[in-house]
Write a protein that binds this ligand. Structure first.
Ligand SMILES: NC(=O)c1ccc[n+]([C@@H]2O[C@H](COP(=O)([O-])OP(=O)(O)OC[C@H]3O[C@@H](n4cnc5c(N)ncnc54)[C@H](O)[C@@H]3O)[C@@H](O)[C@H]2O)c1
Ligand SMILES: [Zn+2]
Length: 405
């Protein structure tokens, strides 16, 4: 038996934030990141709407990008004291994911972070609070997904928490919030979204319910992302929906090893002064993984369908796979994202010598590859890589060399 789960309600379109006025409850905690929601006035508006709905409101502010286990535990303490019946998480993937994990700890104070990471092993939530997610970036789609990504900085590893229990009750997809994104964020989150849709479409857990969502998302992102990056606000609004459709697909069809590799390389070199930003990591690794996965006949056929959907041409599936890879690489160029870790600068832009030194990469390669294989996203990848293959694949992602195995 398979399961397909989405939020009970999704409010969308410009001004959808106002839906908060209709919520019923006594106390709401609002979780936000470093300040963008406050700066652009969305936080005040959200709090005013909740107060209009008769709720007492408390803020958890300052949730950092790529949130840590400590942030989760501290936020849960605030929730345990305040006892909200609504958790409203607002911002990019980081504050929303942190709030999801806080929610688990709030409902079950004895739960450890290790307990949370048992895939599809969470106890029933909603005994204390319901959850509303309001996304301000157009990529993670965490407002509709069963996932939360938390970083354990002691280990330098990102862990996905995965369970339909943490699929939000309500998602608000209001494009007004995405219009304030800086260009770089548009690029990274947009490539994250197309990776979600492509990985979901070729995942071994794909189904009739997820395929149309994935394909439509891919088609929309193909038409909207680069223009949105270049300042077209109608396309920016459309991207906000597209990424959400991709999220609906991957939350139910799961992902693949592009994400396994992004999760395990993201913080692995943080001691050298930077993260490899999630969306940029996906953008660099996706073409390599497509070539690797295309050795699986079913995956190759599915990449062919994607290429057809994108009207890329090609006389057979091999040609279609190559055209798809070339198209994605062109998108990276148009979005100023490098093709490989070697050329990934500390500010995420392409440079001659990136922030991850070659010898450090090679020294850590074995462990990063082993961790990537163990990542929760590996199980649904169409081709299961061995340790040796994962190391080779990561090397191709470091040097931008051809995948021929
Ligand atoms: N839960 C999931 O299903 C899922 C899926 C993919 C990725 N992730 C995780 O989500 C995180 C990345 O999330 P993200 O890409 O949304 O970015 P983010 O939440 O980390 O935000 C990045 C930066 O953008 C700023 N920002 C956010 N919205 C803005 C806006 N509208 N205008 C101006 N600035 C804005 C934030 O303040 C922050 O400084 C990573 O930890 C990643 O691993 C989760
Ligand atoms: Zn992602």
């Amino acid at each position: 038996m398979a399961r397909f789960t989405l939020p009970r309600d999704l409010y969308h379109g410009k001004g959808a934030l106002e839906a908060l006025k209709t919520f019923e409850g006594k106390k709401a905690v609002v979780c936000v990141g470093g300040g963008s929601m406050k700066r652009f006035g969305f936080l005040d508006r959200a709090c005013d709407y909740l107060k209009e709905a008769g709720m007492e409101v408390k803020l958890i502010e300052g949730i950092e990008p790529d949130p840590s286990v400590d942030t989760v535990m501290n936020g849960a303490k605030v929730m345990l004291e305040f006892e909200p019946d609504w958790i409203i998480a607002m911002g990019g993937g980081s504050p929303i994911d942190a709030a999801k994990a806080m929610w688990i700890k709030y409902e079950y104070p004895d739960t450890s972070f290790e307990d949370m990471c048992k895939v599809f092993g969470l106890p029933k939530l909603r005994k204390k609070a319901h959850f509303c997610a309001i996304s301000s970036t157009s990529g993670t789609a965490t407002e509709v997904t069963a996932f939360s990504i938390i970083t354990d900085y002691n280990k330098g590893i990102k862990y996905p928490i995965a369970d339909f229990e943490i699929t939000p009750d309500v998602a608000i997809v209001d494009p007004d919030l995405a219009e304030t994104m800086p260009k770089k964020l548009v690029a990274h989150t947009g490539m994250d979204a197309i990776t979600h849709a492509i990985e979901a479409y070729v995942s071994t857990a794909n189904c009739d319910f997820t395929d149309p969502l994935a394909l439509h998302a891919i088609e929309m992102i193909q038409h909207d992302l680069v223009d949105s990056y270049n300042g077209d606000m109608a396309k920016r609004d459309s991207m906000h929906n597209a990424q959400c459709l991709a999220g609906m697909a991957f939350s139910n069809a799961l992902l693949g090893i592009v994400h396994s590799m992004a999760h395990k390389t993201g913080a692995a070199f943080a001691d050298y002064g930077a993260h490899i930003i999630h969306g940029a990591a996906n953008a660099m690794y996706l073409p390599k993984v497509i070539k690797f996965n295309a050795k699986d006949p079913e995956a190759k056929k599915r990449y062919g369908v994607i290429a057809d959907y994108m009207k890329l041409g090609g006389n057979n599936d091999d040609e279609k796979v190559d055209l798809l890879i070339a198209y994605l690489r062109k998108m990276n160029d148009e979005l100023n994202i490098p093709h490989c870790i070697k050329n990934y600068g500390a500010d995420s832009y392409p440079v001659e010598n990136g922030f991850v030194p070659e010898e450090v990469f090679l020294e850590r390669l074995h462990d990063v590859a082993a961790n990537a294989i163990l990542d929760a996203c590996t199980g649904s990848n169409p081709r299961q890589p061995s340790q040796e293959e994962m190391e080779k694949l990561l090397k191709c992602c470091y040097y931008d060399t051809e995948v021929d195995f």
